[in-house]
Ligand binder design. Structure first.
Ligand SMILES: Nc1ccn([C@@H]2O[C@H](COP(=O)(O)OP(=O)(O)OP(=O)(O)O)[C@@H](O)[C@H]2O)c(=O)n1
Ligand SMILES: C[C@](O)(CO)[C@H](O)COP(=O)(O)O
Length: 373
């Protein structure tokens, strides 16, 4: 099987799915859908090389969950395939939509049995409804509804994708080149997840696990002159501010790190590198908003956050309600699910010497329950 590379396409915008969560990031048990599909394929057959296409912003997130080669997708499905093919060295490539979640073992076997007999092997299901084409009824017995995975000769597919036209799948591109395509019976169970209503037809899906994902964040910033002291998005009157690439809101940074930790997505520095001038002096509420949006798109719901700010001065008690309201409303959290503590360190350590402020946060996430849509 080593002459076959598996390419799974997961870089789509999921726009027709019309939910805040992207379809490739629905959680199946404790796995995102794209990883569930990958494991489904590898449970059915051996592939020496596996390539995933992901939205460029999600490439590092895919890489946190899989050792497969993750390639940034393009603006179209075909562009994503072109990007992936640059990394394919095998004679054949098996390409499938991650959106065709319930890929069937027997379909894969039927495809592989035909390997070598044509330039592309594609599964199809027959049309069972009356078919109109350009307002004329056509003979439905001649209609094939094409599915994936599709097995192509790599070099033929690369040549086919050089054609000027944009194709919606490999078999049509290869057929347009005048090459051979063999069609094998697919399965209704391989329905493509396009609209949220399609979920009701995908009987291979297990519900999201009721796992509580927990993350911890910690950050420190030194005091400096000439900057406002921002904590939880609130300016606290003080003769010193905090130094940093952004507005140095150490409390929000700890919350972001806790959220990223709970999601298994790494840390704030990976998401918002301080080498990026886009984030110079940025309002950290913007960074927190971006983080919350990313977590929502990736199928997470924020459950609760507990924050501790360690500062010898200034006193923060009077500012805690505004801090809680600011962050809770930004995260669309009930305020009582965001607890903010402030403490001194009894004049011990760098905090006690008023050299800077530290913050620690614990965040809990759960998976968006797609069964309720
Ligand atoms: N630029 C793209 C577009 C699509 N895909 C993948 O190709 C498969 C089929 O595409 P589709 O079902 O249309 O997914 P989306 O493009 O995300 O859907 P939509 O058109 O609703 O945005 C999906 O697994 C999708 O992730 C991709 O890798 N790169
Ligand atoms: C490749 C495909 O699944 C074959 O039916 C289909 O063309 C993908 O279409 P999409 O609009 O990119 O989902």
């Amino acid at each position: 099987m080593s002459e076959i590379t598996l390419v799974l396409l997961g870089a789509g915008a999921s726009s027709r799915f019309t939910l805040p969560v992207k379809k490739q990031w629905l959680w199946i048990g404790d796995e995102p859908l794209w990883l569930y599909v990958l494991h489904r394929f590898t449970s059915f057959a051996q592939f020496n090389n596996i390539i995933l296409t992901a939205h460029p912003q999600e490439k590092p997130l895919f890489e946190k969950y899989s050792n497969a080669l993750v390639i940034p997708g393009g603006n179209t499905r075909q562009e994503s395939i072109r990007n992936a093919l640059e990394h394919v060295r095998s004679e054949y490539v098996l390409i499938s939509d991650i959106a065709r979640v319930c890929v069937q073992k027997e379909v894969i076997e039927r495809i592989l049995e035909q390997k070598g007999k044509a330039d592309c092997i594609a599964p199809y299901v027959p049309a069972v409804d009356t078919v109109m084409y350009k307002n004329e009824t056509i003979d439905r017995s001649e209609v094939k509804l094409i599915q994936t995975p599709q097995l192509s000769r790599t070099k033929i597919l690369q040549e086919a994708l050089l054609q000027e036209r944009e194709f919606t799948d490999e078999s049509s591109a290869i057929k347009a080149l005048g090459k051979d395509v063999v069609y094998v019976l697919g399965s209704e169970k391989q329905r493509k997840l396009t609209y949220k209503e399609d979920l009701h037809y995908l009987d291979c899906l297990q519900p999201p696990a009721n796992t509580q994902r927990v993350g911890m964040g910690f950050d420190v910033h030194a005091f400096c002159e000439g900057r406002p002291l921002m904590l939880c998005g609130v300016e606290v009157p003080h003769h010193l501010g905090l130094a940093g690439h952004s507005d140095a809101d150490v409390a929000i940074h700890a919350i972001i790190d806790a959220l990223m930790g709970a999601a298994g997505f790494g840390d704030i520095g990976e998401l918002f590198p301080d080498s990026n001038m886009e984030y110079k002096d940025i309002d950290s509420k913007v960074l927190l908003q971006k983080t919350a949006t990313l977590l929502r798109q990736c199928g997470f719901t924020i459950v609760q956050i507990d924050l501790t700010i360690m500062a010898q001065a200034p006193k923060l008690l009077d500012f805690k309600p505004a801090m809680q309201q600011t962050i809770a409303s930004l995260l669309e959290l009930p305020p009582h699910n965001l607890n903010i503590k402030a403490t001194t360190t009894e004049k011990l350590g760098f905090v006690g010497r008023k050299e800077g402020i530290a913050a620690q946060a614990i965040a809990t996430l759960k998976y968006f329950d797609w069964r309720k849509i």
